[in-house]
Design a protein. Structure first.
Length: 574
């Protein structure tokens, strides 16, 4: 997994914030007339919000007299082309038009996101190949439904020390993969996990004590984290366990020259093993990982300490993919989950590893520096998520949360996915992620069916919360619960990241979202990809009864209906 922000987060300082709800918090308004309808003026109290449908384009009348508004236009959709859409927004009484890019100022010059690293690129290739095979009917599940966890009994348990042959993918081109036969020895047998190690593993690997500790970590801590959050995987081999195979074939997937610039493939899951009837399928639930290679005889050098840091978050990430694929395809005989949602849930799985260690080591314990926000043990799970989400929030209009194909070469959309799925989990409760894994619905339809409300309503409040989660000088408990995160405070996280790493081209300011002013008497032309939002501030003139906001196509026309164009308005304190 990426460690590009690891050294930055270690030094992050603690900032305090209150997450408690308040009985007096104003409720957000979500049922209003659409743009241009004769619904009268939108009246909002301070710290109250509304989301207004603008599919037809048009205008919104807001109360004036010096009121201050956060204005968040968005295309709350999935399943459309990932192509930028032009729009006009502003208060056009004088008809003056400017460019949004100019208004963004310094934000427009932020460095481009880094290239997609080896782990993410390989992961994407596997998921793409799986979806193609399932959609085309080449893979058809005829396997049994997994029994409940309490009823799973391991049958014909292999003995520790026994050997087994596996076919392991050995080429990065998964559209036409090649495989190698690996003979591996069962080295650890736990309640949930069987760990096999390739007999051709390089020397100076695990000591017996290290292997026991490694196995117990995955068997007793990490596996239950995903199981509790997302539900059980399938059990097509009827063993009641997941296999971990550590092999130098996985190490060799990454050329040594790429390790310092693109990272390395730490591990993966392949749906090939669950559904394909090919002789290359191992017909079981398997996680493939790198093996210790301290002398770098195969590719990058990996000590046991390195594996302890890099494999756990990768395992949580890939195990969610395994659970999602097995539930959607194997158990419910449907299509694989859409890429953005599947990836978002896997990113949440990584964060759950951090949450485990945060709870185990409350401040100031478990920290090299007693002022750290996160304990040392959670760094590998959380640091990349903070960096990716900060990058997304710098220019939200350029990266979609719901349409990415992974081919954009960047990581910002992963930050968007994490923020969206974390917010949804905060709003809908601990069982929400597990419910998303069950059934045949996928993508936006899955979120709507599981949450019981429209994606547009959810996306409007989520978009607003990216600014209103914490406002300077305002107790967090005063913000409506729908307009904030319950278990994280964004300004705390990003201020601390800035303290540790900024100012720099990647971390230019304490909070990444920057509001663009909407001057009275002018409009701005901008572009935005579907599945995201942009952020503006509107300050009404003192003494004016109302202010009329326009959001439309540049020709003052209607947006395509499948874009689900809408504007969220939130009244800011004076």
């Amino acid at each position: 997994m990426s460690a590009r922000y690891l050294t930055l987060v270690v030094a992050i300082l603690v900032l305090t914030a209150c997450n408690a709800d308040s009985a007096t918090s104003p409720s957000p308004v979500r049922t209003l007339e659409p743009c241009a309808a004769a619904g009268g003026t939108v009246l909002l109290s301070v710290l109250q919000g509304a989301t207004i449908s603008c599919t037809a384009g048009g205008t919104i009348d807001l109360a004036g007299d010096g009121a201050h508004y956060l204005v968040v236009p968005q295309f709350a959709t999935g399943g459309v082309s990932n192509t930028s859409v032009a729009y006009t927004i502003g208060v056009p009484s004088a008809g003056v038009t400017a460019s949004v890019a100019a208004a963004y100022g310094a934000a427009a010059s932020v460095a481009a996101p880094p290239a997609l690293p080896s782990q993410a690129a390989f992961d994407f290739s596997l998921r793409t190949a799986e979806r193609s095979a399932v959609a085309s009917g080449r893979w058809v599940s005829e396997t049994k439904t997994a029994p409940p966890l309490s009823a799973r009994i391991m049958s014909e348990s292999p003995a520790v020390g026994s050997l087994r042959d596996f076919r392991v993918i050995s080429s990065i081109n998964v559209d036409n993969p090649t495989f190698k036969t690996v003979t591996a020895r069962l080295s650890f047998a736990g309640q949930n996990m069987l760990i096999y190690i390739d007999t051709l593993a390089p020397p100076n690997g695990f000591t017996p004590d290290q292997l026991t500790a490694f196995g117990q970590l995955f068997d007793q801590t990490l596996y239950p984290i995903d199981l509790n959050a997302f539900g059980a995987p399938s059990d097509i081999d009827q063993t009641g366990t997941v296999i971990m195979l550590l092999s130098p074939v996985v190490n060799s997937l990454t050329p040594k020259a790429q390790c310092s610039t693109q990272g390395f493939v730490a591990g993966f899951f392949d749906g090939y093993d669950l559904v394909s009837t090919s002789a290359n399928s191992n017909q079981g639930e398997i996680f493939y990982g790198v093996v210790p290679d301290p002398n770098g005889t195969v590719s990058c050098a990996h000590s046991v300490v390195d594996l302890d840091r890099t494999v756990p978050p990768t395992f949580l990430h890939e195990l969610q993919h395994l659970i999602s694929f097995s539930q959607h395809v194997v158990v419910h005989h449907g299509q694989e989950e859409e890429g953005w949602l599947d990836e978002g849930l896997s990113i949440v799985a990584e964060e759950l590893g951090s949450v485990y260690y945060e709870q185990r080591f409350p401040p100031p314990t478990g920290r090299t520096n007693s002022n750290q926000v996160f304990p040392d043990s959670s760094q590998g799970f959380i640091s990349g998520l903070l960096g990716d989400s900060y990058t997304y929030l710098l220019r939200t209009d350029t990266a979609t949360a719901t349409l990415h194909s992974d081919s954009d070469g960047g990581l910002a959309w992963r930050g968007a996915d994490w923020l969206l799925l974390h917010w949804l989990g905060d709003q809908k409760g601990a069982g929400f992620y597990r419910q998303l894994e069950q059934g045949s619905s996928i993508g936006v339809a899955n979120i709507e069916a599981t949450s019981g409300e429209s994606f547009q309503s959810l996306f409007g409040d989520f978009s607003t919360s990216l600014w209103t989660d914490s406002i300077g000088g305002v107790p967090k408990s005063s913000i409506p619960p729908r307009n904030r995160f319950a278990t994280r405070t964004l300004r705390v996280l990003y201020q601390a990241l800035y303290n540790a790493a900024g100012p720099s081209s990647q971390i230019p300011r304490p909070y990444p979202v920057q509001l663009t002013s909407l001057p009275i008497g002018s409009t701005l032309n901008g572009t935005m990809v579907p599945g995201t939002m942009a952020f503006y501030r509107l300050d009404a003139t003192a003494g004016s009864a109302t202010v009329r906001l326009q959001f439309s196509t540049p020709s003052s026309g209607s947006f395509a209906g499948n874009l689900h164009s809408q504007v969220s308005i939130f009244r800011l304190p004076n």
